[in-house]
Design a binder for this molecule. Sequence first.
Ligand code: DAH
Length: 347
Amino acid sequence: MAENVTPQQLTQTHEQALRDFASINDLESLKFFTSQTVGKKSNLGLWFKQLKSLDVEMKKELGPKLQDFKNYWEQACVSKLQALETAALNEKLKTDFIDVTQSYPTQKGAIHPLSQVQRHIESIFMGMGFEVADGPEVETEWHNFDALNVPANHPARDMQDTFFVNSTQSESKNNSVLRTQTSNIQIRKMLEKGAPVRIIAPGRVYRNEDVDATHDAMFYQVEGLVVDKNISVSHLKGTLETMLSAVFGKTMKVRIRPGYFPFVEPGLEVDIWWEYTDKNGEEKGRWLEFCGAGMVHPNVLRNSNVDPEIYTGFAFGFGLTRLVMMKYGIEDIRLLSSNKREFLQQF
Ligand code: DAH
C-alpha cells in the first residue's frame, strides 16, 4: 500500500491544484482535472481509505482537512464547469442564433375573391342606406317557398330543387330545407322589423345540381329588398346601376325586361351591357343576363305582415358567385371552392 498521506502532502496537493486549475479554460481539461482531483480513482479516494488505519490524533487532524479539500474542489469544479459551459454557449450563439423576426418564408394570405367582392358590395349598399342582413341556411319550407308565394306543388319549386332534411313534421311547410335562395331573408326581415325596410342579404344557397363548370350545388347570392311608400321600378334600376358601376369601376348600362318569379309582380329580368375583347382583339359588347327582380308581390307583403295598400317595394336577387366570375374572367365555378393556391394567389 502507498505511503500514508500527510497534512503537508495535502497542502502541497492543494497548492498544485490551485495552480493547475487557474490555467484550465476548456471543458476537456476540466474533466481531466476533476477526475484527477476528486474522482473515484484520484489520490483523494485513496487517502480517505488510508484514514481508517491512522492513529486517532492524525485522524482528527486529517479527517476534516480531507473533507474540506473534497468540498472545496468539488464546488470549484462545478462552478468552473458552469462558467465554461455558459461561455461556450455564448460563443456558439454569436454565430448560431435564430432570428425569430425572420421565421420561415411564408406565403402571404389574402381575402378570398368571393369575400372581397361581397365586402365591396356590402359597403356600396351601406353607402346607399341599406342594412346587411343574415339568416339561416337550413330554412323552413315556409320561409324558402310558401311565404314567397310558392306553395307546395307550385311548378316554380321544380326550378329550385334542393336538399330536403327528413323530418317528422306533419305540415310540410315546417320541414327543413337547405335554402335555395337568399329571398328567405325578405320574409324574415319584414316579419322582424316591418316596413319600411332596406336590406341586402348575401349568403350561401344550395341546389340539387349536376356540378359542372357553370353549376355548383352551393353558390352565393345577394338578395336585395326595399319596401317603403312610393317605391317604383326606377328606384330598382338606379340602385342596380349604381352598384354595378361601383363593382366594375366604370358606368354600367342596365336593361330591364319582363320575367317570371312568383314573389314579384311585375317580375323582371335585369341584363347588363357587357363589353369584352374577342379572340381577334376586337372590342365587342352584348347584353348579359344578370339577375331576377321585380316589384314585391302583395302576397309576399301580406305573408310578412306588411300592408300592400300602404307599401310597395322592389326586390332583386343575383348570383354573387357569377358576378365574381364575370369580374375576374373565371371560367370554372368549381375553382372558387377548390382552395387551390395557384388559383387564389391571383387575387
Ligand atoms: N331568388 C331568385 C333565384 O334564386 C332570384 C330573384 C328573382 C330574387 C327575382 C328576387 C326577385 O328578389 O325579385 O332565382
